[in-house]
Ligand binder design. Structure first.
Ligand code: SF4
Ligand code: SF4
Length: 449
């Protein structure tokens, strides 16, 4: 523990939500009748399909290979039959090829894997290749290829591994589940990542609610790879990697001093646990841990869900109410309302929030900006959300980008949360960024013609 000197401006203290008794429980979601697997599930190159319609595949089998370092291979989440491969809309900007897979009814769906006794016995290069082959992406909200991030961290001589055990969204409960149910995977993953990075220092950061569970887990860690534990008072959005590094570096603790002196890289606790789980079992990424939350669910909690499961099916398994106001992909602060519940759950998803139509979380009508400055005080990046909002109303997107650093905004939602006029600032900024990227892409295309 350390002093409370703030290391970044703004941020907010969210109301502390009482944790459900089953916060550390993980339930397995059954297979949906159809799974839908986009060949590109993150910003980066698409994978290349190696299967055809009508082919039968085994769970864990390669469906699409990665021909580019920014792509990740895709594996079958279930034993079944490839129904087809079709082009479908991808975030409204472009299209993407999607493999449709029908799980085989009655199959045990066991993934035999390739048992590996101790993955850390392998050398750094072999471990890095195994992580790449597993199809793993960041599971803490940023879904970039894990192998690529590791390779880049190695290339810049990173010495300190920071494990981010801070829940990214209020109401999500993946951290207690990972600490309680995947402790061995976390410790194995930690050793694997330290070996790949050839680093000798690690820090595990958690908030107070998870401090005791993290302490109990680290007591079981091997002395030579035991991370320093940093327990932070709650403050949103300190789980963002850049802010977390700043906060830890200024902590005055042992781990903080290491961070101030040596280059560091941040991996989420979920990613570290998955490295351990996949490499010790010789497995590929075919399912992942998410939280299904919100007052629109009768049975919210943590679920292990096969990739490609339609959101609607997952919510039905969690007892969704008939009358929903909206469903957010992600949590209440950073989540985006889903227009189509038949979209599949893809790699890197952290959870979904179902908001009941008659619940208390309905969105109030926005009013005019009263120039109170609350949003400016809340922004952890020192941006000027009020001015950005006014420019957006005047459709001056270029000024938003060039004069007010729109693209630095990581859509944490602090400004919108504190705004007394209920102006949906994050949605406004998201739309402006989309508009800007489309304009840039059109300009590049025109230059080429
Ligand atoms: S959403 Fe963007 S502008 Fe608003 S507080 Fe977060 S970083 Fe700042
Ligand atoms: S918090 Fe809302 S009302 Fe206040 S300055 Fe910002 S945008 Fe305007």
């Amino acid at each position: 523990m350390f002093g409370l000197r703030p290391a970044f401006p703004g941020g907010i203290r969210l109301p502390v939500l009482e944790r459900r008794d089953d916060a550390a429980v993980v339930r397995q979601l059954p297979f949906a009748p159809r799974l839908f697997l986009p060949l590109r599930q993150h910003p980066g190159a698409a994978a290349v399909a190696v299967v055809r319609a009508g082919e039968e595949v085994l769970r864990g089998q390669l469906l699409a290979r990665a021909d580019d370092e920014t792509a990740v291979p895709l594996h079958a989440p279930a034993t079944g039959r490839i129904v087809g491969i079709s082009e479908q809309p991808d975030r409204g900007l472009t299209t993407v090829s999607v493999i449709e897979l029908a799980p085989l009814p009655g199959d045990t769906q066991e993934d035999p894997g390739r048992p590996v006794r101790d993955p850390t016995a392998a050398g750094p290069e072999a471990l890095l290749a195994a992580i790449g082959d597993s199809g793993l992406v960041g599971l803490g909200g940023e879904a970039g290829p894990t192998a690529l991030r590791l390779a880049r961290a190695r290339a810049r001589g990173v010495r300190v591994l920071v494990v981010n055990g801070i829940e990214g969204e209020p109401g999500f409960t993946r951290i207690p589940a990972l600490l309680a149910r995947h402790g061995d995977d976390v410790l194995t993953g930690l050793r694997c990542l330290l070996r790949v990075l050839e680093a000798d220092q690690a820090v595990l950061a958690v908030e107070e609610a998870d401090g005791a569970a993290a302490g109990a887990l680290l007591a079981r860690a091997r002395q030579d790879t035991r991370p320093a534990l940093q327990i932070l008072p709650p403050r949103y959005p300190q789980g963002a990697a850049e802010l977390l590094l700043r906060r830890l570096a200024r902590s005055g603790s042992d781990g903080g001093r290491a961070l101030a002196a040596d280059p560091a890289v941040v991996f989420s606790l979920a990613t570290v646990a998955e490295v351990g789980r996949l490499l010790s079992g010789g497995l590929t990424l075919t399912d992942q841990l998410i939280t299904l939350a919100g007052d629109g669910l009768g049975d919210p909690g943590n679920y292990r869900v096969p990739l490609g499961t339609p959101v609607r099916f997952a919510l039905e398994q969690a007892g969704v109410l008939a009358d929903l106001d909206r469903v957010l992909a992600g949590g209440p602060m950073r989540g985006q309302a889903l227009a189509d519940l038949d979209r599949p759950i893809v790699k890197g998803a952290t959870g979904f929030v179902a908001v009941a139509a008659d619940g208390s979380a309905r969105v109030p009508e926005p009013m005019a900006c009263i120039r109170c400055g609350e949003c400016v005080a809340a922004c952890p990046l020192n941006l000027h959300p009020a001015e950005l909002g006014l420019l957006a109303r005047r459709e001056e997107v270029q000024a938003m980008v060039e004069d007010y650093q729109l693209e630095r905004c990581f859509e944490c939602g602090c400004c919108a949360y504190v705004c007394p006029s209920h102006i949906p600032l994050v949605q406004i900024f998201r739309a402006a960024k989309d508009q800007w990227r489309r304009a840039q892409a059109a300009a590049v295309a025109q230059e080429r013609t």
